[in-house]
Design a protein around this ligand. Structure first.
Ligand code: XIL
Length: 373
C-alpha cells in the first residue's frame, strides 16, 4: 500500500479507536468518583495487587466497612504496615535468652487474610529501623553468637507460624546506605551487620528458606531507582546470593516517589536491572508525595492530582512492560491520604495515596486502572 492510502486509513482507525493502545498519557481532569463506579484493580491485573493494612482496620466500627469494601473490591494481597515487624511483636527477651512474643495484631491480620482468601506478603524480617528492631537488640551487650541465635529464632518462629498464609517475605530491608561512593563499601552499619557480619543477609535468607521452602523471598529497599551506587551494591549482594545457591526470588523497589522525582527512565532502569537477573520485581510500597517542598499550608489542587495520576500510570505501565514472568506485585502503602506514614515522616500534608479521606478513589486510582487496560 502506498503512504497516501495508509495515512488516511490509520487516521480513520485512530478516530474510531481513540488509538488507546499507543497512549502514554492517562485521561486528564477526570472527577473523583465513588468506589462503586470504579473498576476493581485486581480483576484487571495479571499480577498481585497489594495493600498495606493495620489490624485496627479489621475491627468492627463504621470506618472498617469502608476499608474492607476497598480491600475486597480491588486487592488480593496484604502487607502489615508495621504489625509484622519485630519490634511490635518481640518487645523483650527473657533472662534465659528466649524471646517473648505478642501475636495479637499479626494473628488478627493473618486470620482476616485466611478467612478472606488474601495472600500476605510478609514485611519485614530484618530491618535496622527503630520501628522494627527491638531496643534490647539495638543496645545488645551479649555475645555475637547469642545475638545471632535470637535473630534466627525470630525468623524461624515468624516464618513457621504464618507459612500457610504468608506466600512471600521481605527478608532483609534497607541494608545499604544512601550516597555511598563505592558499591563494595555500602552496607549500613546496623546491629545485624555489627553482630553477624556482612554475611548476615545470606544467613537470614537461608533461615527463612529452611522454615518455609515454598515462600518467595525478597530483598527490599528504597532509592534503588535514583542512587546508582546503592543499586549496584544491592545487585552485587543479590548476585552473590544467587551464585552461592541461596534462595532469593526477587527484589522490592519501595517506590516512595513524588510527583516529579525520580524520572520514569530511572524507574525503568531499576526494574530492568532486577528482571534481567530473572528475578521477580515487586513495587512494594507505592505512594506519590504531592508536596515535595513540604509546605505546611498546602492545597492539593487538580494539577497535583493529575500529576500524581500520571506518575501512578507511569509506574504501573513501566512494570507492565516487564516480561510477565518478572511481574510479582504492586503494593500500595495505605488506603486514604490521612492514613499515610508520609504526613508524619515529612511533617507536612502529602496527599500521597489513591483514596481521599472520604474513601473516594482519587484520579491517581484512575491512573492505576487506565494503565492496566
Ligand atoms: C513505615 C510505616 O508506614 C509506619 O506506619 C511505621 O511506623 C514505620 O514504617 N520503608 C519501609 C516501611 O520498609 O516498613 C516503612 O513503613 C516505610 C519506609
Amino acid at each position: 500500500m502506498k503512504a497516501a492510502i495508509i495515512l488516511p486509513v490509520l487516521l480513520l482507525f485512530c478516530f474510531i479507536s481513540g488509538c488507546q493502545t499507543h497512549s502514554t498519557k492517562p485521561e486528564e481532569n477526570k472527577a473523583v468518583g465513588s468506589l462503586e463506579d470504579t473498576p476493581s484493580l485486581k480483576s484487571l491485573a495479571s499480577f498481585n495487587i497489594g495493600m498495606a493494612v493495620q489490624a485496627r482496620q479489621f475491627d468492627t466500627h463504621p470506618e472498617s466497612d469502608k476499608y474492607l469494601t476497598i480491600l475486597n473490591q480491588s486487592f488480593n494481597q496484604v502487607t502489615a504496615e508495621y504489625e509484622m515487624k519485630m519490634h511490635p511483636i518481640v518487645a523483650n527477651s527473657l533472662s534465659n535468652g528466649q524471646l517473648v512474643f505478642n501475636w495479637d495484631a499479626p494473628d488478627r491480620i493473618a486470620n482476616y487474610a485466611r478467612e478472606n482468601n488474601l495472600k500476605i506478603h510478609g514485611h519485614a524480617l530484618v530491618w535496622h529501623n527503630e520501628y522494627a528492631t527491638p531496643d534490647f537488640l539495638e543496645n545488645w551487650s551479649g555475645s555475637d553468637e547469642e545475638f545471632t541465635q535470637l535473630v534466627l529464632q525470630w525468623v524461624a518462629e515468624m516464618v513457621t507460624r504464618y507459612k500457610d498464609v504468608v506466600a512471600s517475605w521481605d527478608v532483609a530491608n534497607e541494608a545499604f546506605r544512601d550516597g555511598c561512593t563505592r558499591a563494595d563499601d555500602c552496607y549500613r552499619d546496623s546491629v545485624f551487620y555489627k553482630h553477624m557480619g556482612p554475611d548476615y543477609i545470606a544467613t537470614v535468607f537461608q533461615a527463612a528458606h529452611d522454615s518455609d521452602p515454598e515462600a518467595l523471598l525478597f530483598y527490599n529497599d528504597y532509592g534503588l531507582t535514583y542512587d546508582n551506587i546503592k543499586r549496584k551494591a544491592a545487585m552485587n549482594m543479590v548476585d552473590d546470593l544467587v551464585g552461592r545457591g541461596i534462595s532469593i526470588d526477587g527484589v522490592g523497589l519501595q517506590m516512595h516517589i513524588d510527583i516529579n522525582f525520580p524520572s520514569k527512565s530511572q524507574i525503568k532502569k531499576a526494574m530492568d536491572d532486577i528482571a534481567k537477573r530473572d528475578l521477580l520485581v515487586h513495587v512494594s510500597e507505592l505512594d506519590v508525595r504531592a508536596n515535595p517542598e513540604t509546605r505546611q499550608n498546602f492545597t492539593f489542587t487538580k494539577s497535583h492530582a493529575n500529576k500524581q495520576k500520571q506518575r501512578v500510570y507511569d509506574v504501573v505501565k513501566t512494570f507492565r512492560n516487564l516480561p510477565k514472568a518478572n511481574q510479582f506485585a504492586i503494593t500500595v502503602w495505605g488506603f486514604r491520604d490521612a492514613d499515610s506514614w508520609l504526613n508524619s515522616f515529612w511533617q507536612s500534608p502529602q496527599y500521597g495515596l489513591l483514596f481521599d479521606n472520604q474513601f473516594n478513589p482519587k484520579p491517581a486510582y484512575d491512573g492505576f486502572v487506565e494503565s492496566l487496560k
